[in-house]
Design a protein around this ligand. Structure first.
Ligand code: ADP
Ligand code: MG
Length: 642
């Protein structure tokens, strides 16, 4: 821990910031609720109740969709299940007897209070979500969205089909109308807080990393399926409760109320406000609800002085459609974008309050020294690769490659473009399945393990074409792997400060990764690897695209870090000066085969190596003589994209 890192950790008021942002949202919701009730009386209270329930519903949806980036069409189904179940559990026995004469005995005559019923509903929602989620969590992107659409349709059919329980497509009535404005407002506030807690939790962060870049998240030790499943279950349970509250507001409803129209307006609210944040979900609900309510007044026809404007059917839906299109066009990330709504003075207040609270109760932002990588045991033998082979269709990209990467040293891996270097990395780190061979780390064969487990063992890699978690901050990018391997929050914060400092990124720690200039992006990928506490660090063209000063600076940092941490490094780069300077031994591949292994000096004078590089160029440029590779030669593309 040096001074810069300590100063960073002291000023690291992220927690206060999150508290202030949550307070701001709560204040906004309370403010609008009070204003509506004061200005519009009864009608205002009704709108406010509806608004608060919608906030609870959309925030539930955002727990999954916002953090996973997968739009769900299935949440209206959860709401329907909640509304019907809570309706049955709370219905007075007398009404139940006449409304649902054939209700199965195990569901009849509970007459639960609202909160008891909500507890049962939450458990039921979680159980259903778990059952559905096991297959769905395997999917991502559009295929996951389509699967959620399937859920919506299936649940709708079930609600229509189970007549004895739901009265089928007839109106289901007799549900106690116990969702008062106070209950709805309380629910909105609780849901906002829960959603924020989840978003900032290690599971929320890990899922957002998966959302931004799944292969990179896996390489940083995250299992995407598990991360998605946790969010899906939490989100499903919350949506079921929101649906129950909605049912207790309506008093009577039918399966149609939980079908496409509801789904459409939920997704609209999420998209308009912005999926990436809880603030976006809340603001989306407020904007869309107020818009809908005002347009609905116009839709029914009105008088403008002497002019009578007639009823305009479909105006509300059409307006909503146009607003969505406009937002998607002008602000693809929604009104709020990727940052939570925030007020600086509120953040300062929260920080002060929390530090005062912290001096009364130690809140765990101490500076107890944490073991650094240097204290860990890295006395392994490094990694050895035997007979590694990969066939693509009709192409052997890696052909029985064997070499070793000893601990505490840098091993260079060079070869012309398309030689198979990146494929070797993808095989070693589990990104691609190998056709044959073994990659041994101690007694483990890495080829037997899934990629995220390989990361947990301490094999960290960068990607040739830079894969960052673009919408997370620089700090969060490095925090994610530290949390993924199980560090405590405090441990992780210290580790991250240390690695950010080592790669000169402390100053931009709270910037969005997507906003970084090129060189810093490259360094951030390395910092992220270091947070895995690597035993083996694999760098795929870390200096590509850097200018000579940046390359020299990177070489110096890598040498220092390697010395400090003692890990084995496998270094791929086209800049031979850079590779020669750092490597104690160099492996040369060509057309998937290892053609030479030796010290930098031996490699530069090896005739096979010269033939592999210059020989291919000779046909084009009529090179008169094979010349020895000088350290300044940069091997360039031969019809291959980087
Ligand atoms: P290098 O990193 O040395 O430039 P690569 O490992 O990226 O080379 O590629 C080696 C060969 O394998 C190239 O011919 C490339 O086109 C091919 N290749 C790489 N990945 C795939 C893939 N996923 N499917 C098919 N062919 C691939
Ligand atoms: Mg490559």
């Amino acid at each position: 821990m040096n001074q810069a890192e300590n100063a960073f950790l002291e000023a690291e008021s992220r927690r206060a910031e999150a508290v202030a942002q949550t307070l701001l949202l709560v204040a906004l919701v309370v403010g609008i609720t009070v204003a509506l009730s004061l200005i519009m009386g009864r009608a205002g209270e009704r709108i406010a109740t509806q608004l608060c329930i919608s906030i609870a519903a959309i925030v539930s949806l955002a727990v999954f969709s916002g953090n996973s980036g997968i739009v769900s069409f299935g949440h209206a189904a959860f709401m329907g299940l909640g509304a019907y179940l809570s309706g049955i559990l709370t219905m007075p026995a007398a009404i139940q007897g006449s409304a649902l004469p054939n209700l199965p005995a195990f569901l009849a005559d509970y007459e639960l209070g609202l909160f008891a019923s909500l507890a049962v509903v939450a458990l039921f929602g979680a159980a259903v979500a778990l059952l559905i989620g096991l297959p769905i969590a395997r999917l991502n992107g559009a295929s996951a969205t389509i699967a959620t659409l399937g859920i919506l349709i299936i649940v709708h059919s079930v609600l229509v089909g189970t007549r004895d329980i739901t009265r089928g497509s007839q109106t289901f009535f007799g549900v106690p109308r116990v969702t008062t404005l106070e209950v709805a407002l309380g629910a909105a506030i609780v849901f906002i807080c829960l959603a924020r807690l989840y978003r900032e939790s290690r599971y929320g962060l890990m899922l957002r990393a998966v959302r931004d870049n799944e292969p990179a998240a896996v390489a940083m030790g995250i299992e995407p399926r598990r991360a998605r499943l946790i969010a899906w279950v939490a989100s499903g349970a919350l949506a079921t409760v929101a649906g129950a509250l909605y049912g207790h507001m309506l008093g009577a409803f039918s399966p149609r109320d939980f079908y496409f129209a509801l789904t459409f307006s939920m997704v609209a609210m999420l998209v308009v406000g912005g999926m990436l944040t809880v603030s976006g979900a809340v603001v989306g609900v407020i904007v869309v609800t107020l818009l809908q309510d005002s347009v609905r007044q116009i839709e029914g026809g009105f008088a403008l002085g002497p002019i009578e404007v007639p009823q305009i059917f479909g105006l509300t839906t059409a307006t909503l459609g146009i607003v969505i299109l406009l937002v998607i066009w002008l602000r693809p990330r929604g009104l709020l974008g990727y940052r939570e709504a925030s007020l600086p003075f509120l953040e300062r207040l929260a920080a002060q309050a929390m530090s005062r609270l912290g001096s009364l109760v130690p809140l765990g932002r101490g500076r107890a020294s944490v073991e650094t990588d240097a204290d860990l045991d890295h006395s392994r033998d490094g990694v050895s690769i035997k007979g590694l082979t990969k066939h693509f269709k009709g192409l052997t990209a890696v052909d029985e490659a064997s070499f070793s990467v000893p601990a505490g040293k840098v091993t260079g891996l060079i070869g012309p473009n398309g030689a198979g270097k990146s494929t070797i990395v993808n095989l070693m780190t589990g990104q691609l399945p190998a056709s044959a061979g073994a990659v041994r780390l101690g007694s483990v064969d890495l080829l037997d393990l899934p990629a995220y487990r390989i990361a947990h063992l301490g094999v960290a890699r960068t990607f040739q074409n830079n894969r960052l978690f673009e919408d997370l901050t620089v700090y969060e990018n490095v925090l994610v792997p530290a949390l993924a391997i199980g560090a405590s929050r405090q441990e992780a914060a210290q580790l991250v400060a240390h690695e950010l400092n080592a790669l000169d990124l402390l100053d931009v720690a709270h910037d969005r990764a997507g906003s970084l200039p090129y060189g810093a992006r490259k360094r951030l990928e390395i910092a992220r690897c270091l947070a895995l506490r690597p035993i083996l660090l694999v760098l795929d063209e870390p200096a590509a695209g850097m200018n000579p000063e940046e390359t020299a600076d990177l070489a110096e940092r890598l040498a220092r870090l390697g010395h400090e941490h003692g890990y084995a490094t496998l270094l791929i780069d086209h800049d031979l000066g850079f590779v020669n300077r750092l490597s104690s031994s160099i492996v040369v591949v060509n057309r998937g085969r290892v053609i030479a292994i030796g010290t930098p000096e031996q490699i530069q004078t090896n005739p096979d190596v010269i033939e592999a590089y210059i020989g291919t160029g000779r046909a084009r440029s009529e090179e008169p003589e094979p010349v020895p590779l000088s350290p300044s030669i940069t091997l360039t593309a031969k019809g291959e994209t980087p």
